[in-house]
Design a protein around this ligand. Sequence first.
Ligand SMILES: C[S@@+](CC[C@H](N)C(=O)[O-])C[C@H]1O[C@@H](n2cnc3c(N)ncnc32)[C@H](O)[C@@H]1O
Ligand SMILES: [Zn+2]
Length: 279
Amino acid sequence: MISLGCPVCQAPLATAEDGRQLRCEAGHSFDRARQGYWNLLLPQRKKSKDPGDNSEMIQARRRFLDAGFYWLIAERLTQILLEELKNTPQPELLDLGCGEGYYTTQIEEAFSTAGLNAAIAGLDISRHAIKAACRRSENIDWLVGTGADLPILPGSLDAMTLMFSRVMPEPMARALKPGGLLLVIWPGPEHLIELRELIYDEVRKREFNPEADLVPLFEPVRTESLEFQFEVDGGEALSDLLLMTPHGHRIRQETRDRILAHTSLECSADIRFGLYRRA
Ligand SMILES: C[S@@+](CC[C@H](N)C(=O)[O-])C[C@H]1O[C@@H](n2cnc3c(N)ncnc32)[C@H](O)[C@@H]1O
Ligand SMILES: [Zn+2]
């Protein structure tokens, strides 16, 4: 297990009661959920009753990812991590904003296959996401928590991945070891351009880049691009793609119907992989 910190008092958390409870020296305790995850999100840290992605979005993303449309992203992600961490003994890695755990599971499987012993955890604020993630793998520590206040022992992580999720520089830096690796993955300007052209009258091609937010807590190492084409059949796959992207949430019913009338859609993927080291 990765090194956890008590969400109340930040002291180290240790497993007790036959692995069914986490407890700190001050006596704060957290029970393991029936599905196997740990709920480390304090009620007062929730901004809503049911924060994060809802069940419908999670199921849509799961079906879409399981259909393999983004396996090239998973492949490149795991190649980078194995290359960067192959000489680190028993690395501790957190996938922050892990969603329903598709990529986290690919990471765990890649490390196992390579014979590398790593402690891997996935954290998300959505309990729907983490419940779904529990069904993917028992070799990963699944955590409900917030990236704004990570329940991780400060300076303990060797690596963190942040995929299509919000950058929170201070808590991310606090959880990593000095020199620890941060891999941020975000959509480039051409990502899903065909879909966005169907949704918006004018498509904005603004390039997001987390570097300005990350420096000086992190030192940039390099950025890579991955571009590929994929074809989505009309019907469920296209509807799932709409549901899992932020674009799909903003559209009117008539636009949605018009898009879903397509029998298939050729899509561009344009993905950026940014590597940083904690300064
Ligand atoms: C676009 S999804 C990406 C999920 C996953 N990384 C993937 O690529 O499949 C963003 C995720 O961030 C989660 N999230 C939003 N705010 C968060 C926070 N403050 N802390 C942790 N996770 C958060 C959402 O619940 C959602 O699962
Ligand atoms: Zn405590």
